[in-house]
Ligand binder design. Sequence first.
Ligand code: MG
Length: 319
Amino acid sequence: MTSDIAATRRPAPHVHRRPGLPAAVRVYEVGPRDGLQAETTVVPTSAKAEFCRRLVAAGVTELELTSFVSPRWIPQLADAGELLAELELPGDIRQVVLAPNRRGLDRALAAGATELAVFVSATETFADKNLHTTVDGALDSARPVVDGAGAHGLASRAYISMAFGDPWEGAVDTGTVADIAERLFDMGVDSISLGDTIGVATPGHVHDLLDTLFARGVRPESVAVHFHDTYGQALANVYAALTAGITEFDSAAGGLGRCPYAAGATGNLATEDLVWMLHGLGITTGIDLDALTATSRWMAGVLGRPSPSRVVTALASTS
Ligand code: MG
């Protein structure tokens, strides 16, 4: 029996390309920020830095590192400045930090941030409960960050949270999201990320929202999608977005991240699950799946619980 096991191939996706899909896409890794921010166990700065270095060694080139949010709101990320000081990533790695307001911008610039992300909400209830403001108030807070980034020659990226639905207001109208997107682009953001914060999007909804944005002149190159796997829809939604022309996909190594407003414990789409599908379609990501999986297993050890990623689990059982 052991000889049969020894002869088993290392699992890898079988490649079948589809016409019309891009040759390469950007995988935007949110594990260090979005993934860790909801963890109640504070991860040491040195472990966060090691996580980022391992991700880069695995081929990740787009990273959201941390957030310069008030430490009172997210104690896990209180070490944002220290993390940037400790990290010395290569200059060709896209290194994004979240800055919720002018104070966060000042801290981010002082720490040497090279791209800024801001956060707004598609719904009034989420703006109130999570950002302690209104939809307009969140846009007002984002403006000085976007202006400051531009003044320093840095790009800015805006998340629209609850872009598909929220737990209080239900489905979110695509026109409402498009209105907010237009205001963000008018403000000067370089790109938006459509956040399915509680994981309720389905592929038809993804097409409807993207069609609404494109009809208003938004270019696919300036839109990223950020799916959560709460109801098992994340990869189907990615495929819908791919066929619509989207080329930037947010995900977290090992599926890190929990949303306190979402049912169940599942969080961000796992980068491994995303990369498995992309590589199966013959789409280049630059990521080494085995090295990434090893990184997620290492982080699972730091956090003391297994990764929810299907690919991490499947590959772990064969190694
Ligand atoms: Mg997320």
